[in-house]
Design a protein around this ligand. Structure first.
Ligand SMILES: [Fe+2]
Ligand SMILES: [Fe+2]
Length: 139
């Protein structure tokens, strides 16, 4: 059973702005799951999901720029993961808008699974890379 008493804390990637964004993303996912578990407020879930799509897009643009500007060697494949996620989440959004009854549960699993895996594996990979190869400090 998933613990939904409080939002999970994402591991630090040692970049303050990206850590803040991850926290906000995990909080949005938590709020979406909480809302779903306490009733069937489809309009509320739809609003949160739209916010999550917009904020994910914003986060990916920040993270992509950080990786690209600092010469991360796995930038292309990492950016591809971001793009695939956006396609999947937008598809779920349209399924929610068309009232697909199987969607809410699939959405929960997709969101928590994707974000946990992506941050724990792919984002932590660039975090380790930049700890070993610190970005050039710019004034
Ligand atoms: Fe990422
Ligand atoms: Fe990230």
């Amino acid at each position: 059973m998933t613990d939904i008493q409080k939002p999970p804390v994402p591991p630090s990637v040692h970049v303050a702005i990206l850590d803040e964004q991850h926290k906000r993303l995990f909080d949005l996912i938590y709020r979406t799951q909480k809302l779903r578990s306490t009733g069937n407020d489809r309009a509320g879930i739809l609003l949160l999901l739209k916010e999550l799509v917009d904020y994910s897009d914003y986060h990916f643009r920040t993270e992509d720029a950080y990786m690209l500007d600092n010469g991360y060697p796995l930038f292309i494949s990492h950016r591809k993961e971001h793009g695939q996620y956006l396609m999947q989440i937008k598809e779920m959004l349209s399924r929610l808008e068309s009232s697909d009854p199987a969607l809410p549960e699939a959405l929960d699993q997709f969101l928590s699974g994707w974000w946990r895996r992506h941050v724990m594996e792919s984002d932590m990979h660039y975090a380790r890379y930049f700890r070993n190869n610190p970005p050039y400090e710019q004034n």
